[in-house]
Design a protein around this ligand. Structure first.
Ligand code: ZN
Length: 374
């Protein structure tokens, strides 16, 4: 049975407004890197259309979805609707694909669950997914819809009863946790930077039976994420025996990302994804945050090799075409004012640095395990 990658042409040429952290390309460059490296066959790529409204209202309010569609059609919304739905306000700007783009990401996540339920696939990558802040009737944190929630709801509808959602984005998955906090069929695990927006995912929230949160400080390093995954996430997740695994693989904990202070190498990021993947045969990897286009495109392209149990491919030299593609990406950020650092665009793997596990992380893991009676 082969593995699949979902994408859509809508991600090529669609950007948030100028100056927004998502005023850059991440999804299509990830897909092209995979293709340029020869890591995928054409028939493993599925291009999907936006989800239909009837699919979106399984979670979102109809009036909200209609307002989002209207915002796309008219590139404007009446002031009272903007305020009511947080669309076109703050960091959730109205742009020309403001409905179709998140609806395409959502469709891919829903379809991925359907394919796994129908035994047409076991492992699927939806790079465009991972919009974990989206609310039932409100845009939040750059997310207009919540494909993670829609995918989990679809999984429950199709008979999965032990859904495991693991989120390694630098930001806590508040939009997912809020929906499933009291649902015993869903387990939510998140590792995220503490004292960072949206300020949820605190240690005390581990008192909820099916929630495991690791709020970590900005010094969180490569050895520490490995320690958390192998000493707490894996033992806990194994005790659940999940029948479906969804990984939100946001890449904003990587060293060089402007939206977090954490500085992991991609070696640690990929090892985390690889170890988590072993937890369940039925797995979907999503994207999520990731605001450095070079690092994010490499991280997400690399996830395709992990999904195929071919992490050895990440030790390959990066081809000239891939280097050129990365070098051509435009990023309006002071970090590249003097040129793009060569390690971002010349090789797959970051340099590994030797680090040790600090007392703070050891004590965090101990506390979380105690709260989970492990
Ligand atoms: Zn994030």
């Amino acid at each position: 049975m082969q593995n699949y990658l979902f994408t859509s042409d809508i991600f090529k040429g669609s950007r948030y407004e100028k100056g927004h952290p998502l005023d850059m390309d991440r999804v299509w460059p990830s897909v092209e890197l995979i293709q340029l490296m020869g890591w995928i066959k054409e028939d493993q790529i599925i291009k999907n259309k936006p989800a239909e409204i009837k699919e979106l209202v399984k979670f979102h309010d109809l009036e909200y979805v209609q307002a989002l569609k209207k915002a796309e059609e008219e590139l404007e919304l009446p002031e009272h609707l903007k305020r009511k739905y947080n669309i076109g306000v703050g960091n959730n700007p109205i742009f020309s694909e403001v409905f179709s783009r998140p609806a395409s990401a959502a469709k891919a996540s829903i379809k991925a669950v359907e394919m796994i339920a129908n035994k047409e696939a076991k492992k699927i990558l939806n790079i465009s997914g991972g919009t974990h802040h989206g609310r039932k009737s409100e845009a939040y944190g750059f997310c207009f819809l919540n494909d993670c929630v829609l995918a989990i709801l679809k999984a429950l509808e199709l008979g999965f009863s032990k859904v495991l959602y693991v989120d390694i984005d630098a930001h806590h998955c508040d939009g997912v946790q809020d929906v499933f906090v009291h649902n015993e069929n869903v387990t939510i695990i998140s590792i995220h930077e503490k004292n960072r927006w949206p300020q949820t995912g605190k240690l005390e929230e581990n008192n909820n039976k099916n929630i495991m949160n690791f709020p970590v400080s900005e010094s969180f390093n490569d050895s520490e994420i490995d320690y958390v995954i192998n000493n707490a996430v894996i033992p806990y997740a194994k005790s659940i025996q999940p029948d479906l695994l969804i990984i939100q693989a946001g890449a904003d904990m990587l060293n060089g990302d402007p939206q977090s202070r954490i500085s992991l190498s991609n070696n640690a990021y990929w090892k985390a994804v690889k170890d988590i993947l072993l937890l369940c045969e039925n797995s979907i990897i999503l994207g999520g945050g990731g605001y450095n286009p070079y690092l994010t495109a490499k991280a997400w392209a690399g996830n395709w090799t992990l999904l195929n149990d071919r992490s050895d491919l990440l030790d390959s030299n990066m081809t000239e075409e891939c280097r050129n593609l990365l070098a051509s990406l435009k990023w309006n950020n002071s970090r590249v004012r003097r040129g793009i650092p060569s390690n971002w665009i010349k090789s797959w793997r970051d340099q590994s640095t030797k680090t040790s596990v600090g007392d703070e992380v050891i004590s965090l893991v101990k506390n979380v395990l105690r709260m989970k009676n492990l």
